[in-house]
Design a protein around this ligand. Sequence first.
Ligand SMILES: *Cc1c(COP(=O)(O)O)cnc(C)c1O
Length: 403
Amino acid sequence: MTSEQQSLIAEFSSVSAQNYNPLPVVLTKGKGVWVWDTQGNRYLDFMSAYSAVSHGHCHPKIVKALKEQADKLCVVSRAFYNDNLTAFLKKLCQISNLDRAIPMNTGAEAVETAIKAARRWGYQAKKIPPNKAEIIVAENNFHGRTTTIIGFSTDDKSRKEFGPFASGFQIVPFGDTQAIAEAITPNTCAVLLEPIQGEAGIIIPPDGWLTEVASICKQNNVLLILDEIQSGLGRTGKLFAYMHESVQPDGLILGKALGGGVLPISAFMARKDIMDVFTPGSHGSTFGGNSLAAAVGLTALNTLEVENLISNSAVMGQYLLQALQSISNSIITEVRGRGLWIGIDIDTAKISGRKLCEHLLAYGMLTKETHNRTIRFAPPLIITKKEIDWALKQFTDAIEALL
Ligand SMILES: *Cc1c(COP(=O)(O)O)cnc(C)c1O
């Protein structure tokens, strides 16, 4: 790092909250799978902002849609209709095979929206006694940062000294069908899950688990709500991660890549009878569904299809996974993944996740550890075989240099 970058970082720290611990690199430009620092060094982005940049940096079609809409109409609030939100919502309903969509901005807001919908549906459709609705969630979940959501997190770092928390959540082990069946009571309105747990370290549940969960939910008149904020929109090589099994969720939460890498855009989709619990004044968002977001969100969804990003994720993901699994190096203890979403577990007695990510930086690879032992490889879905080969060479050289 140069002294210029050092002083940029020191100055940043002097005015910023310390809720992140960034790698020592100051980025200034991005294009496709690449980003550049202030010194002109180029890096391959293997993080894609936790899937928010699945389309790659500054995707020309998405930036064009942003600019064109920005010159026309940006925000009018939901107090009035705008002329382009319908097309976006229609597309969301069509791809999710659900009847209604409600647009929000951040992922956490869409999760909160799903929780509200599920609870009210429980009171109205299941006649759950007032304030007794329960939602079943999984251990090691990540659904966002609001006080309600962290209240049902099992990660002490996210929760510590932020209480008191909302009640009404039952936590069961991830991937355990029996535990869900046993946790259901007459007051259960929903099961809320990530089909593959992202922040927990790209944890893939046993085959058939989600299908069984869906059938348990159905038998008990409990909603199955899937948080595909990180796993959705092609990341796992299918449009949605639940499509690796034959299930249809009752509610679906999207965010991150929905914003095409340029805006925070999220949404909750559900069956009509669930979404109908929202009446005027019962829920809202000043920026949710604004014209600029509608234009960008629709373009982001169309671009996935037009550019075959989902099948590219499946093919390139399989190629990258196999190549990584064939590397023999004692630092790597396990490689798992689906599509372009790969977790590499490392032997932390040899090197910490943090140190490895700092080391990879010097080899032009940007990624971030999760829980210190897992390195995430999640490049933009536009990545080519040539770029993957480059990354594999850099990664192999980098870890060999450590031995
Ligand atoms: C990132 C994420 C969220 C929260 O999204 P924000 O936009 O950061 O609020 C929720 N659920 C999952 C699965 C996520 O990966």
